[in-house]
Design a protein around this ligand. Structure first.
Ligand code: FRU
Length: 477
């Protein structure tokens, strides 16, 4: 099919060519962020699964590297993670240190395997004793995420097993013993569980009130249809995860259609202290029909994850990493009243970082931004003060045909502070990431606008808003 350079993002990572899905093996090592990813090196379909590879020092500019792991006699290389083995607990580094990757070998059955690198991830050796975790008779048994549990002085591996997460432990990354299970009676179960992650975070920056967050992707059964990511908040003692909320309660990381299989970086230095992650910006409901070329699949912008105390309990918040601000061009600024059926302010562009603060003045208006507009198409991003919902409407976003369910409006409840509404929008050619109220609500959506549809404006209906401030930056790394 014809090449589509107008859909190639500026700051979001895409492979040069061919298929990509989940982020894998996210690790920071010797000053580099590694991004491995589910990749077909020889086609634009999901096949020949391998780990593609890129590195960055700033999470904005990525250097493409050769494929790191390719299929072998145990199967294709499915999703997994990586850690830095600083003190050679594995004995794989002759007393030195290196990176240990743990992935699913997807062959006749799904098993977990190890590979190691002592040259900063450039070359890899598969462990001869693979698989390190054999299949216990479970069809869906994959996506190992390894973490270090310092208080217990051990490595912990969690993986997705259909309707639950299984936890294993090890002192050497090679010999694993099953420790516990979580989830059969918790959260959403409209589909198979995939790609778990687990980390501890302070609440509102207060280390003395930290909690553990267990993240699990699920496909299908997401709130916008198809795949999505849920999370649980609670405690983890190195052996068992305990959910502190009602088991029936479902919490979504992102209510948009296109945030899946996110994984956080291992090894971000303690003096930095951030929990950083990235997700696959697509949805299994239509991922294989996305008409970008010569690549298919994009990552979201890297995000910083936090916890905050709210009226509905301890909640996850996300915002784009601050490094992205280096990709901002000069801003245009506005401030002023936005009357009904507003036609200004107007701007143009398909790669923009928009920061806005609105004040509702009267009525219960629906307001926000129209972007990627041309004569026939447009995408709406806004807040409906009547239903108190944030939304992205891509029902008329372009003439590209992806799938019947693609043209849709997706929403999330958003409680705002008084009458103020704060929005941050990353528009990057092939879609939008919308963060409201400091990342308390997030909608990530692929949008495939027609080439040349680049008009933007503020809209408001059913009342009036005052635009306290609006900054529109061009994105150009
Ligand atoms: C999630 C997933 C994983 C699997 C990989 C295969 O998107 O289905 O469970 O390891 O993709 O590419």
């Amino acid at each position: 099919s014809a090449n589509t350079p107008h859909w190639r993002p500026e700051v979001r990572f895409t492979p040069r060519r061919n298929w990509m899905n989940d982020p894998n093996g996210l690790v920071r090592h010797r000053g580099e962020y590694h991004l491995f990813f589910q990749h077909n090196p020889s086609g634009i379909e999901h096949a020949n699964m391998s780990w593609g590879h890129a590195v960055s020092t700033d999470l904005v500019n990525w250097q493409h590297l050769p494929v790191a792991l390719e299929p072998d006699e145990l199967g294709e290389i499915f999703s997994g993670s990586a850690v830095v083995d600083e003190h050679d607990s594995s004995g794989l580094f002759g007393g030195g240190s290196g990176i240990v990757a743990c992935y699913t070998s997807a062959g006749r059955t799904q098993t977990q395997s190890i590979a190691h690198s002592s040259d900063g991830g450039r070359t890899w050796t598969k462990y001869p004793g693979n698989p390190v975790i054999d299949n216990p008779g479970i069809a869906d048994f994959r996506d190992p995420k390894v973490i270090r549990h310092e208080p217990a002085g051990k490595w912990v591996l969690l993986l997705a097993a259909g309707d639950r997460v299984l936890f294993y432990e090890s002192t050497d990354l090679l010999n694993w013993t099953k420790a516990s299970e979580f989830g059969a009676e918790h959260g959403a179960h409209g589909g198979v569980w995939e790609c778990p992650d687990l980390f501890e975070l302070p609440v509102d920056g207060d280390e003395s009130r930290s909690r553990w967050v267990l993240v699990v992707s699920i496909n299908p059964g997401g709130p916008a249809g198809g795949s999505a990511t849920q999370y649980f908040v609670g405690d983890f003692d190195g052996t068992e995860f305990v959910n502190e909320n009602d088991p029936d309660e479902v919490r979504w990381v992102d209510r948009g259609a296109d945030f899946y299989a996110c994984q956080s970086w291992f090894g971000v230095p303690p003096e930095d202290g951030r929990r950083l992650w990235v997700g696959w910006m697509s949805n299994w409901a239509y991922a294989q029909h996305v008409p970008t070329s010569p690549w298919r699949g994009a990552m979201t912008a890297p995000r910083e994850v936090g916890l905050t105390e709210s009226s509905s309990g301890t909640r996850l918040v996300q915002r784009p990493v601050r490094e992205l601000e280096s990709a901002r061009g000069p801003a245009r600024h506005w401030r002023g009243m936005v009357p009904e059926h507003a036609t200004a302010p107007r701007f143009r562009g398909t790669a923009l970082d928009i920061v806005a603060e609105f004040e509702i003045v009267d009525g219960r208006p629906e307001f926000g931004f129209e972007v990627l507009a041309g004569d026939e198409h447009r995408t709406l991003i806004g807040y409906d003060a009547e239903s108190r919902r944030l939304f992205v409407d891509r029902t008329r976003s372009g003439s590209a045909e992806v799938a019947p369910e693609f043209p849709a409006r997706h929403e999330t409840p958003l409680s705002v502070d008084g009458s103020r509404v704060r929005l941050r929008i990353l528009l990057d050619h092939c879609g939008v990431e919308v963060f409201a109220e400091d990342g308390a609500a997030v909608l990530t959506e692929l949008v495939l606008a027609d080439e040349g549809d680049d008009r933007g404006r503020v809209f408001c209906s059913g009342g009036r808003v005052f635009l306290e401030s609006l900054r529109v930056h061009e994105l150009r790394p």
